[in-house]
Design a protein around this ligand. Structure first.
Ligand code: F0G
Length: 458
């Protein structure tokens, strides 16, 4: 996306302090957190780019909705408002509220999964994959070939490989497929968007093989921005109409409302098939809650319903995508290697390329995460061999395909001046490049080690 000027399309009514710290103090804090940003206290962080999930600032309308929340156990007005909103947006007949995205995933993929089943996606997000694999099923990623080139400006690197999909569905046979899941935007694939043309092709192939097509829609508004601005024929459609057109292609969707619904907690499933929806509702009642609130308070449901209107507003989406683009393009101009083009919710820095003197066994991504914190108080997350690396039988590291660091931008939280600060800190990162050393892991759990592992600087 070429950069266009923007300002924040909101005024600030309520503020939350950021506590400043010195580089000296942060060195100590990082040591106390065993060089793992997940173990830092948030008050010791200046700019928190760990995730865009559940970190949005709500609007005054959403806060007003919070006060209106109807907390009745059954048939609450807040539920009716949310259900009406979601049916109108998605076009699906059945809505199932959950406390966050992975709860929706556990219910749907747990039910559709099990031993012998296969799920196919452009790229499964890690909780999606974990829920599928936990059920005994397998999860296969088939991102499009264009996604392999991290420097080209191909606009829809989030697309699924259609030929591979057709072949896999033919090979597995419809009864062995749990579902085909299109993640928009493709978070694990660099926050890259999916084109409408690709979504249409996925729908067609799924119909041909008679398999279920589900959209992971947690960033569908951001995806709609890219479609309107980069795909032919969508220039005059509203972002909401674009999302509605995409939903109409699928059999259902799973959403973590912590992203594009602009709330701090929430999620849902929306489905077209009555039998499937009934089965999922029965599972919902066992662990989440009754059918008209799932895992949510009435006030949460109000905030989601309002957030899902606000997120499709032209001014908001322009500001949102342009601020991510601004950060990414400025870093690129400084010679920082970034995944290109810049995606919707985050900038992904290629730490393997930036620190080409640090081998994968010394985790260049984690080294950058530590530098960003120590030099600037900026918290980010490694998406490389710490997160995805495995050991072979001899205990040797099998590195991840890339050593990335994600700078995820919370929605409506930071201003352009905060981003300018991040850009300035990267000047120091580049200056310090040659002297930066890797890390080693000194303690790690068996699963999802990045959350709790302890490191030492080399
Ligand atoms: N699907 C996608 C594409 C996601 O990015 C996430 C969460 C989920 C599902 C799960 O939703 O957290 O509400 O249970 N992504 C966060 C992130 C955690 O930082 O990217 P959840």
């Amino acid at each position: 996306m070429s950069f266009q000027t923007f300002i924040e399309p909101f005024k600030i009514k309520s503020v939350e302090p950021i506590y400043m710290s010195t580089a000296e103090q942060r060195k100590q804090y990082m040591k106390e957190a065993f060089y793992n940003p997940f173990l830092l206290h948030s008050r010791h962080v200046i700019i928190d780019l760990l995730t865009d999930s559940g970190t949005s600032a709500m609007s005054s309308e959403q806060w007003a909705g919070i006060m209106r929340g109807d907390e009745s156990y059954a048939g609450a007005q807040s539920w009716e408002r949310l259900e009406t909103e979601l049916k109108d947006l998605t076009g699906f007949s059945y809505v199932i509220p959950t406390h966050q995205g992975r709860a929706a995933e556990r219910i749907l993929y747990g039910y559709l999964g099990g031993k012998g089943k296969t799920f196919i996606s452009n790229t499964h997000f890690d909780t999606t994959r974990a829920n599928i694999e936990f059920s005994g099923a397998e999860a296969i990623d088939i991102p499009c070939k264009e996604a392999e080139d991290h420097e080209s400006d191909y606009p829809f690197k989030g697309n699924m490989d259609i030929a591979a999909l057709d072949e896999l569905l033919g090979k597995h046979g419809s009864t062995n497929i749990g579902a085909v899941i299109l993640t928009v935007t493709n978070n694990t694939g660099g926050g890259q968007p999916v084109s409408m043309e690709n979504a249409k092709a996925v729908a067609e192939v799924c119909k041909k093989h008679k398999v279920l097509f589900i959209i992971d829609c947690c960033r569908i508004a951001e995806n709609a921005y890219f479609i309107r601005n980069k795909e032919k024929g969508y220039e005059h459609k509203s972002y909401r109409e674009i999302a509605q057109e995409m939903f109409a292609l699928a059999d259902g969707c799973a959403m973590s409302a912590k992203k594009d619904a602009l709330v701090n907690m929430g999620g849902f499933l929306a489905l077209q098939n009555e039998e499937l929806a009934t089965a999922c509702t029965n599972l919902l009642i066992i662990t989440e809650g009754f059918a008209t609130y799932g895992g949510l308070s009435g006030r949460d449901m109000e905030a989601i319903a309002i957030g899902l209107r606000e997120v499709f507003e032209d001014d908001y989406l322009h500001y949102r995508i342009m601020s991510t683009t601004y950060l990414g393009e400025q870093l690129k101009a400084k010679g920082v290697p970034v995944l290109y083009p810049i995606g919707g919710h985050a900038v992904y820095v290629d730490a393997g390329k930036l620190y080409n003197h640090i081998p994968a066994e010394q985790y260049p991504g984690q080294a950058l995460v530590c530098e960003l914190y120590q030099l600037g108080g900026i918290r980010t997350v490694e998406i490389g061999s710490v997160m995805f690396g495995k050991y072979d039988e001899d205990g040797k590291l099998v590195a991840a395909p890339m050593e990335l660091v994600r700078l995820a931008i919370p929605r409506r939280v930071y201003t352009k001046s905060h981003l300018d600060y991040v850009i300035e800190v990267f000047d120091k990162i580049v200056q310090n490049k040659a002297a930066t050393k890797g890390v080693k892991i000194v303690k790690e759990p068996k699963f999802l080690r990045h959350f709790t592992a302890h490191f030492e600087m080399l």
